[in-house]
Design a protein around this ligand. Sequence first.
Ligand SMILES: *[C@@H]1O[C@H](CO)[C@@H](O)[C@H](O)[C@H]1NC(C)=O
Ligand SMILES: *[C@@H]1O[C@H](CO)[C@@H](O)[C@H](O)[C@H]1NC(C)=O
Length: 257
Amino acid sequence: MRAALLLVLTVYFVSQCDGGELSSLCTQPPSKWCSSLDTAIQCGVLKQCLMSNFTRSHPKEDPVQVALYYESLCPGCRLFLTEMLFPTWLLLNEFMSVTLVPYGNAREKPDGQKYVYECQHGEEECLGNMIETCLLNMTEMAFPIIFCMESSTDVLKSAQSCVQLYSPQLSWDTVMGCVKGDLGNQLMHQNALKTEALNPPHDYVPWITVNGVHTDDLQQKASTSLFSLVCGMIKGTKPEACGGSQNKHYRSYCHNK
Ligand SMILES: *[C@@H]1O[C@H](CO)[C@@H](O)[C@H](O)[C@H]1NC(C)=O
Ligand SMILES: *[C@@H]1O[C@H](CO)[C@@H](O)[C@H](O)[C@H]1NC(C)=O
């Protein structure tokens, strides 16, 4: 999705600056414009390519890692996910990596080759956890879909339309194939292992770790303002959203005389 956005911006810049005329040297399709320095120059998009390479190089360096251990129907989890985590990720997404582990206070028991799960808020919650777990394995749009579900009145009933909205090419049957099959069962087992491996062990949900660490202080700060916490932890140049580098643009006012 980010690539598509960059492409749109690139096309926009090109049409702005060159009156829509591409140099005849530019023989590559737009998706290849940033693939080398030469192509970027020939296609007149060097600045844009350098900028996009610059912003894209951040996540590989040192994103702040935020992990949320939660369960699909716990009210506090829903609130944190929809009102803190998702908005923060929208603003800081290149500087932050998010891991969602839907399992929470569930329990598992081995049953032959599979596991059976028992969830704090019943069968429905197990189904919600499983749908979200499968989505996380099946689509890059999992987080927006999970946000859509968790912010709806009915987490389960909204699932299909949320998938349709954000990932129309992913069929509901495919999702349910995972949910009811061995893949979902195995993926949920991995969530159980991750949750049980927490150190210190979780004694409530939502349980937050930042760069792999959980303390009362981090949990407290994350629940009060995750955005400030993550901004404070970003190494090097901070994104403009954090108020790090003042952009002239924001200080250009039109006074009423
Ligand atoms: C952008 O990054 C890619 C991959 O790191 C590199 O191959 C390419 O030359 C870079 N493009 C420009 C214009 O710097
Ligand atoms: C999905 O799950 C399978 C089985 O555990 C794993 O091999 C694969 O890497 C996962 N894919 C993603 C995108 O998480």
